[in-house]
Write a protein that binds this ligand. Sequence first.
Ligand SMILES: [Fe+2]
Length: 487
Amino acid sequence: MLERRQFLGLLAAAAAATAVGGCASEVGAPPGTTVGATPGTPPPPFDPSRGYWMQGGFAPVAEEVTLTDLPVRGALPSTLSGLYVRNGSNPKVGDSPHWFLGDGMVHGVQFEGGRPVWYRNRWVRTPFVEEGLGGLDAPPGGARNQSNVSIGWHGGRLLTMGEVGWPYELSPEDLSTVGAHDFAGKLTTAMTAHPKIDPATGELHFFGYGFVPPFLTYHVADASGALVHSSEIPIQASTMIHDFAITDRDVVFWDLPVLFDLQAGIQMVTGATGAMPYRWTPANGARLGVMPLGGTGEQIRWVEIDPCYVFHGTNAFRDGDDVVLDVCRLEHAFTETEDLGVSTPHRWRIDTSTMAFTDEPRGDLPMDLPAIDRRVAGRPYRHGWYVEVDEAAAQPLELAGIRWMDHDSGETAAWRPDAGVHANEVVFVPEDDGEGEGWLLTYAYDANRGASDLVVLDATDVAAGPVGAVELPVRVPYGFHGTWVPA
Ligand SMILES: [Fe+2]
């Protein structure tokens, strides 16, 4: 990385003379500073009578745009060539009953040699968007889902995923929708928004959960994207399973007590209520299951744990007989008064020789939306990057800065942006061979100018703040998960 840092220094010096629309001298600025917020009009104060997801940085945008000649501040790495693209919830009709229930909209920036070529935002052309329905009209499934959670690149396909149906294939050229993708008719369940690519084989491991049996099914696609293995995993009820983990030899599921409520689901799709049809049900118990990578449901072994909820795992790996699993743990979720709570990092260990379980809290800093260097997915690793939440905000959920965590030592460091600037999930883009040697890309909403930047951080020095940014003239609403498609 030393060579790269020296190169960066030269690049920054050059950019200082040429930066457009901002102050290039902010490169290498001390922690707590922001790359170039242009003074503007702050958004109106939070209105508690309306959904938080309809306001501030969450509020949906009304138009699809294609923008070129994008201003750059600071120094973007000249090695950056590819597509950064992120999915999120953006109701086409302008309103939705929950943050999770808008139509999928992707926001992408194409780079060539460190130069931003274009920005595009596009709705995923699901039936709900095409038919102008403005939301679900029946329980989602198959092609009828909003495909709004994540986007991934595998087997030469760019796929958006919405957890409760099939993925959609998009063109990486212009983010237009190719169509629903059911793996040549082989995918008979939904597909999680958090599949895992095994870096050793290129295989895509994923699962689908169902509102009716089968409640959980494990799938493997080979490196070319062909679905080659599916196996039902027996669980007792329809629980919301947002993510899972792999190691170099295991698959790890968490079956936690957020249960699908059929009656509430019917009420939601008929418009009788806007509540998400999931209920915190600790009486259902909580358990972790471990099975061989590529294995079958009969091989899974479970261990009971205390009720809690986990949307996202950071990574998992083998340590001898132990499966080590880093998660963002919530005390509960979808209770009567609070659907999304605050999560903190925990390290879980399952001794596969005895199925003994240990839970090690790793601090009380609220953070989620983890990212890793995906070259070490399922392997021993050190570096994780998270979005911090602002617990002091007036609204129920507000995003803040980016925190790095060394998972060996527990040490952390953060980029704390200026007031009014809110970062989203980062995506790691490799630069050098070592784990974590590369860049972090994310959209950061700058309320001071009512628009968003695509900021780039040095993954090895998050606290230094962004090395550069693409200043978009539009706002990118807070979203969920993104990916990098190398050129
Ligand atoms: Fe997620």
